[in-house]
Design a protein around this ligand. Structure first.
Ligand code: C2E
Ligand code: CA
Ligand code: CA
Ligand code: CA
Length: 273
């Protein structure tokens, strides 16, 4: 029994080593990517349900590989958050998104995702202010998307930072609404400018009456709180028709446009939808 315990421990340590090595590789890779301009932002349009017009774009981070393929943010953001690399990467994202949006032909809104780590970091409002000045982007064109995980760790501190951000004139959206455990108390803690209904509700829409009832309830909630609702992950005409019928404000999803390097390119897709 003793021998097998020792073997188990060795096994465990080897696996640990491998995980640590893997993390170190990714961290070095992220550093290298930042230094050599291997990150890109792709933009996905958001549209008004009523008019079909583009209201803004969400910036989505991509890590370009030497062979031209991309690594998804879901595969490297968690590691970047663990190692702190999310701070320089997040700053790069903000600066690039604001600079690119400032040069668009139309003054569309630009939505940028913020990691909870960035929110818990001092000086985020100052950094945002600095970037707005540097890029010349008007503050009302910038929207910051945060998830409720950013709120639960230290609600008071986070809402203080969010209030400072709003004082700059930028807006704040609650992302992935409905997936966490405290979505409602999060809404009570801070006056969000928008609620983004998580895309899982869309994908389950055809599954039965529950998802429809939940979407209706969230739309009613938005109505009474006077917060516009954007539905994420809209992929079919049926989903769009239901959302329109129920009075949803904005939509985002493959039906209207996939994330694309070129803002104009995804515009033409929206018109097709
Ligand atoms: P998110 O903020 O919820 O972003 C929406 C994700 O849904 C994007 O995945 C987008 O490509 C995908 N999506 C859009 N429309 C549809 C649709 O109709 N169907 C389906 N199935 N998916 C759709 P992506 O680009 O892989 O990003 C994944 C997550 O990575 C994002 O989720 C966000 O949490 C994070 N992320 C992306 N960029 C950044 C960034 O710059 N900073 C931070 N902190 N996180 C980021
Ligand atoms: Ca988002
Ligand atoms: Ca989302
Ligand atoms: Ca998500």
């Amino acid at each position: 029994a003793k021998a097998s315990l020792v073997t188990d421990i060795c096994f465990y340590e080897e696996a640990m080593d491998e995980a640590v090595r893997q993390r170190r590789r990714v961290t070095l890779g992220l550093r290298e990517a930042l230094d050599n301009d291997r990150f890109e932002l792709h933009y996905q349009l958001q549209a008004s349900v009523e008019t079909g017009e583009v209201t803004g774009y969400e910036a989505l981070l991509r890590w370009r590989q030497p062979d031209g393929s991309y690594i998804s943010p879901m595969d490297f953001i968690p590691i970047a958050e663990e190692t702190g690399m999310i701070l320089p990467i997040g700053e790069w994202v903000l600066r690039r998104a604001c600079a690119e949006a400032a040069s668009w032909p139309e003054p569309h809104r630009i939505a940028v995702n913020l990691s909870p780590i960035q929110l818990s970091h001092v000086d985020l409002p100052r950094m945002v202010h600095q970037i707005l000045i540097e890029t010349g982007l008007s503050p009302h064109r910038l929207e910051l998307e945060i998830t409720e995980t950013a709120m639960i760790s230290d609600m008071e501190r986070t809402t203080h930072i969010l209030r400072q951000l709003k004082l700059l004139g930028v807006s704040v959206a609650m992302d992935d609404f409905g997936t966490g455990y405290s979505s409602l108390s999060t809404l009570r803690a801070f006056p969000f400018d928008k609620i983004k209904l998580d895309r899982t509700f869309m994908s389950e829409l055809d599954g039965g009456p529950q998802s429809k009832a939940i979407i209706r309830a969230v739309l009613a909630l938005g109505e009474s709180l006077e917060i516009p609702i954007l539905a994420e992950g809209v992929e079919t005409q049926e989903q769009l028709a239901f959302l329109r019928e129920q009075g949803c404000d904005e939509v985002q999803g493959y039906l209207l446009g996939r994330p694309a390097r070129d803002v104009g390119l995804s515009d033409s897709r929206a018109q097709a939808a």
